[in-house]
Design a protein around this ligand. Structure first.
Ligand SMILES: Cc1cc2nc3c(=O)[nH]c(=O)nc-3n(C[C@H](O)[C@H](O)[C@H](O)COP(=O)(O)OP(=O)(O)OC[C@H]3O[C@@H](n4cnc5c(N)ncnc54)[C@H](O)[C@@H]3O)c2cc1C
Length: 456
């Protein structure tokens, strides 16, 4: 039986009751959090009139069935309007995380609104691990997989590739279960952009816990890196190159190596030099001049995966905090040529930039994944909060990367319109059909999806 929904205007919910909050009221902050009406970066104000915060699956069903326009909101870490709704938003943050480990099946099932940091701590304390994390643990599981959020590593797929099953509340309020290998729509539903329904539970693959050490090298000559690009990105379980595109050297290379040795060159961290760079002898933040206290431990000290795979620590602000982000993915064989284009644009990019990060992502079969069908290299840009200037530059960058069919990150700033974006995804028409089937009345559509995805 469904639970009656009560409306209230405060920020604190009552147990057992859905909380509906007028979106412009109140403000709450937490590590990695924001005031309610803004996204994390503060560059986007949600137009939705209210946020529902149900406490049970039945309440989620009621809210969705009763809404004419609604979308799921994660932890608000996207930089564009993707999560917004012309009606209301539904946040799962008041649902019990309900973390359930199935040791025999090597899976964990968790409520969609749970943050990766919470899940990682629980898994680690039970002797299990996820294969990878994004740069920050603050993001929600359902929000991250919806946009194909990723970490790094030649052999590591993005976070959505760990999904083995989804529980999803469809537009009419019914609950659907989709499983990898058992549901024909599964590959289309995982990176769903919030367009198919509200993902209430996610089942993820897990493995036995492992230790990771993190080593940072500095001032790697571009020439050496580019001549040995494949060797450089495969030299550890996860490799990140940080640059501002100016000058002759990559500023930092972060190597996350499984210890002992598995899944990435154990020798990579053995010496004091790495592709012409020198070992950092103090902990570094990717942004020049920023204290490393927000970062996970470096200097080669082994520790649990949950405290090394993300760059930033859960209890601290990730990255700069005062920033915007964009990211573009190319097939990895185009990486060196794409880097050359971006370095040529350095006079325009560098003044607007905090820092860029180059990472690798293994190919997958998820229809709207930015790594669909191709091993990929991601070029990430942490911009200063200069949105008009960044928006003026994005078309120039996208034109430079067009020969490589660069796919933009769904949750970050980009210029491309729906027609250009659709052309980048071989299964786009199938995704459109799936979205029509699951949401015939377009309850989950918003302006972002109209402009950037479906072209309505
Ligand atoms: C400091 C910082 C660092 C970042 N680092 C990385 C990185 O390392 N790698 C990377 O790839 N990205 C990174 N990002 C981007 C971020 O991971 C993505 O934007 C991600 O989608 C944010 O997740 P979220 O929970 O905040 O979701 P939101 O931004 O709130 O929502 C994103 C999308 O998910 C949908 N959604 C949310 N919850 C649900 C649900 N329950 N059911 C269905 N749909 C849902 C929303 O409707 C929306 O379409 C970073 C962002 C920040 C701010």
């Amino acid at each position: 039986m469904r639970t009656e929904i009560s409306e209230m205007t405060g920020l604190n919910g009552r147990p057992g009751h859905t909380e509906t909050v007028a979106i412009a009221t109140g403000s709450s902050t937490e590590a990695g959090g924001t005031a309610p009406e803004l996204n994390w970066a503060g560059n986007y104000r949600y137009a939705a009139a209210a946020i529902h915060r149900p406490r049970t699956l039945e309440e989620v069903q009621d809210v969705v069935a009763g809404a004419s326009k609604i979308r799921a909101l994660g932890s608000r870490h996207s930089f564009n309007a993707i999560a917004d709704s012309p009606g209301s938003l539904i946040s799962l943050e008041n649902l019990d995380p309900g973390i359930r480990i199935d040791a025999a099946a090597r899976t964990v099932t968790v409520s969609g609104g749970t943050r990766y940091g919470t899940l990682a701590e629980k898994l680690e304390s039970n002797g299990f691990a996820l294969p990878n994390l994004a740069s920050l643990p603050h993001i929600s599981v359902a929000g991250a997989i919806a946009t194909a959020t990723h970490g790094s590593g030649d052999a590591n797929g993005n976070l959505a590739t760990s999904v083995a099953g989804l529980e999803l509340v469809a537009a009419d309020g019914t609950v659907h279960h989709l499983g990898r290998g058992s549901s024909p729509d599964f590959d289309g539903a995982v990176v769903g952009l919030g367009a198919l329904g509200v993902v209430t539970k996610v089942t993820l693959d897990i493995e036995p816990t492992f230790a990771v050490r993190q080593d940072v090298f500095e001032a790697l000559p571009w020439q050496t890196v580019l001549e040995n690009f494949d060797a450089a990105t495969s030299s550890a379980y996860s490799v990140s190159l940080f640059t501002d595109w100016s000058g002759d050297a990559v500023a930092q290379s972060w190597l996350k190596s499984r210890v002992p040795g598995a899944g990435g060159g154990a020798a990579a961290w053995a010496g004091d030099t790495h592709f012409g760079g020198t070992r950092a002898t103090v902990a570094r933040h990717p942004l020049p001049g920023v204290s490393a206290e927000n970062c996970t431990e470096q200097l080669g000290v082994p520790g649990p995966w949950s405290e090394r795979l993300a760059h930033f620590r859960m209890a601290f602000t990730p990255s700069s905090g005062d920033e915007l982000q964009s990211e573009f993915f190319v097939r990895r064989e185009h990486a060196v040529a794409a880097i050359s284009e971006l370095r040529a644009l350095s006079p325009r990019i560098t003044p607007l930039l905090h820092v860029s990060e180059i990472r690798t992502v293994a190919a997958d079969q998820l229809w709207l994944s930015t790594a669909y069908g191709q091993d990929s290299v991601g070029f990430h840009f942490t911009w200063k909060q200069l949105q008009p200037e960044v928006e003026e530059l994005l078309p120039v960058m996208e034109e430079a990367l067009a020969p490589f069919s660069a796919r933009p990150h769904w949750g970050k700033l980009f210029h491309a319109d729906a027609a250009s974006v659709a052309a980048l995804y071989p299964r786009f028409a199938d995704f459109k059909d799936l979205a029509e089937r699951m949401d015939p009345e377009h309850k989950f559509r918003n302006d972002f999806l109209a402009r950037k995805v479906f072209g309505e």
